[in-house]
Design a protein around this ligand. Structure first.
Ligand SMILES: C[S@@+](CC[C@H](N)C(=O)[O-])C[C@H]1O[C@@H](n2cnc3c(N)ncnc32)[C@H](O)[C@@H]1O
Length: 306
């Protein structure tokens, strides 16, 4: 049995107001956006935000900009943003526009475009479609000079891992989201493979097709992959650093788990559309053992000889 839900009702396209609380209080996200916006928006500049939600990023921009166009297509959120902005200093510099970012163009050229329709791996949300379409239409109306984009660049990677899918004694191989970082170290089986670097100022990809081989670094059970996305919100060249937001990783179980030893080679392939479903990506995911490490082969031949 399948239940057909219109795409715009799926979480990722439709984000209810109560879910925005999670985003508003997430300092790992808010702090780098605030810093990147402050570094990128010129004094008295003009800013466009695509997918404004509660209006918070537009409000950051309004502390420096002359005008901010904040585009949101969910009427409840557009209303909420309007009322929040009215209660925050310089909120009157933000015009909330109820519109679909896939069609909207501002009435004048802008210095900066902010777009946070980001999802790990660029699945579910339409960040890439929206910015791809925006750039084409903006070029036609205002000419070739593009605004700066926040984020500036997003980098996507995949990593073979051993994931514990046991919950209160119940084993269920479900996709899950977790903060990445050193606490995950015991589960890493190989280094991440970087499969796409999206430079928002250049050609924006709308699909990903990956087939790669990876060398296993630690023994374990290869039963999942982790998708990683790091967003470079702004580069601070004078200080030789970047303002980044490393998103929660998406852990996806693979169809046929298998044991690996350090030195083995495994192949991993998958393909998906930007903004597509997690299920479609998972369906395409194939992970296989390719070559066994020399240590294992020697061991095997020794055992045979004995
Ligand atoms: C991840 S939220 C980010 C909200 C806000 N910018 C923030 O950072 O807190 C993405 C927002 O984009 C809106 N959105 C999604 N698709 C859109 C579209 N095609 N046009 C306008 N808004 C859209 C959603 O309703 C949601 O409010």
């Amino acid at each position: 049995m399948t239940i057909d839900v219109p795409e715009e009702h799926l979480l990722g396209q439709f984000i209810p107001l109560h879910y925005h609380f999670n985003m508003l209080r997430d300092q790992q996200r808010m702090a780098p956006f605030r810093e990147a916006i402050d570094l990128t928006v010129p004094d008295n500049g003009v800013v466009l935000e695509l997918g404004g939600g509660t209006g918070v990023l537009s409000w950051f921009a309004a502390q420096k900009a002359r005008d901010v166009y904040c585009v949101e297509r969910n009427p409840a959120l557009a209303r909420a943003a309007q009322s929040f902005l009215a209660n925050n200093s310089n909120g009157d510099r933000v015009s909330v526009i109820l519109a679909d970012a896939m069609n909207y163009l501002p009435p004048e050229p802008v210095d900066v475009v902010i777009c946070e329709m980001l999802h790990v791996g660029m699945v579910r949300e339409k960040q890439l479609q929206v910015l791809h379409s925006f750039k084409e239409r903006y070029r036609q109306r205002f000419g070739p000079l593009m605004p700066r984009f926040i984020p500036d660049t997003s980098v996507l990677a995949i990593q073979p891992i051993q994931q514990d899918f046991c919950f209160s004694g119940y084993t269920a191989s479900v996709p899950l989201f977790e903060p990445p970082g050193p606490h995950m170290k015991d589960s890493w089986l190989a280094d991440p493979f970087f499969y796409s670097t999206i430079d928002y100022g250049a050609e924006i990809p709308l699909a990903f097709r990956v087939a790669t081989e990876m060398t296993i670094k630690s023994d374990g059970l290869f039963n999942a992959v982790s998708l990683l996305t790091n967003n470079f919100l702004a580069f601070v060249l004078t200080e030789k650093r970047a303002v980044t937001w490393l998103m929660n990783q998406l852990v996806l179980p693979i169809h046929k788990p298998f044991a690996v030893r350090a030195g083995d080679t495994v192949s991993v392939s998958f393909e998906y559309q930007a903004g597509g479903s997690i299920e479609a990506l998972q369906e395409s995911l194939v992970a296989r053992p390719e070559t066994r490490s020399a240590a294992v082969s020697d061991h095997t031949s020794l055992r045979r000889a004995a």
